[in-house]
Design a protein around this ligand. Sequence first.
Ligand SMILES: [Zn+2]
Ligand SMILES: [Zn+2]
Length: 387
Amino acid sequence: MDTNSLAHKLTDWRHELHRHPETAFDEHYTSAFLADRLEEMGITVTRGIGGTGLVGTLKKGTRPNAVGLRTDIDANAITEQGNPPWKSQNPGRMHACGHDGHMVQLLGAAWLLSHTVDFDGTVYFICQPAEEPGKGARAMIDDGLFQRFPMDSIYGLHNMPMLPAGQIHVRPGGIMASEDNFTIQITGKGAHASSPHMAIDPLVTAAELILALQTIPSRTANPLDPVVVSCTELYMDGAHNAIPSHVTIKGDTRSFSPDVQTMIETRMHDLTEAVCTGNGATYDFSYTHEFAPTRNTPANTALVARAAHRVLGSEQVYDTCEPIMISEDFAQYLDHVPGAFFFLGSGVSNIPTENTMLHNAGFDYNDHILMTGATVLAEIARQALED
Ligand SMILES: [Zn+2]
Ligand SMILES: [Zn+2]
C-alpha cells in the first residue's frame, strides 16, 4: 500500500468508526476495530487496559527508548443531525468531537511507522476510552499503563474546527484549561409570596451570590491569568405564589494552574459564606476537580513544532498559539511523563465562524487532514526516539 492508498484506507476506516460511535467505557466495537487494524500491521496489542482501552507496541532495533502516541476513542451522547452517508447507526450517539478522526490518524501513524519510517526504539499506540467524562486516562494509568509500558514521553492531538485545516498549533505550558464543578445548596425559609417578612428568601440570596461569583475572574484573579466562572444551572422548590425554601446553584470553572484552581475554590467558598450569612440563610458547598489543566513540557513542545515543520513546512506551524478554555484528560498523563498536546486545524472554511464546532450535532470530521495528522504523529515518534 502506497501513501495514496493509505489516505483512501484511512478515509474508509474513519467512516466505519463514525457509523459505530460508542460512549465512555462502552467502546467494545471501536476497541476491537482498532486492535484488529493494529494487529494486521504486525503490531502487538494488549487489550482491556482501563476497561475498553488498549495499547499497541511496535519495537524496532535495540535501544530502550520509548514514546507514547495517544488517541481518544469515545463518542458523545448526542443525536447526529447531519446526513453524511456514514451517519451514526447508534441512536443518541455520535462522534461529535472528532475522536473518529483521531483514531484513524493514530492508525495511519502506526502504518507509516511499521512500514516506511525507520527508528530505533519502541512506539506505544495508546487508545484511551472515556475522554469525554474525563475518566479514561485515569483508568488506564490506574491499570498500570506506565509500569507495563514504560515510556520517556507522550504526545496527543485534538482537531480544532476554528483553525484552518492542516495547521499545527502548540504552545509550551498551559494549552487547555482545568475544569472544576461546584454545587451550592442554599437553605432559607419558604413563605407565602405576599409575606416576604416571614421568609428567608434563598432565591434573592442566590441572585446576589451568582453576581458576586463573577468578581472572582474580574476582581480577584490576576488579569493575566485566564479564569472562567460559569453558573450553569439553578433549581428551586418555590411556586408562582410561594417563596422557595431551597435553591441549588451548579456551575463550572476553568483555569490553567493548580494555584488558580485553589484560589477560585477558596474565594467561592468565602463569598458563599458571606452572602448566605448576610441574608440569614445556610448553605452546603461542594467543589470537585474534574479535569487538571494540560501543561506542555517546553522541550516536547519544541519537538512537536520541529516535527510538524519538517512534514508540513513552517507556514503551517504555530508554536506559541493561544490556549483554549476547553479541558482534556491528556493532562493526567503529563503528571507522570513529559510530553505535549497540540491542535490540528480541521476547519473546512477559512472563516472560523463558518465551521461547525466540536460537540455540535452537525459535526463531521474533515477527511482531508487524516494524512496530515498521521504523518505528523509518525514524525514526532521518530524524532522523539532519536533524542
Ligand atoms: Zn469532546
Ligand atoms: Zn474531544
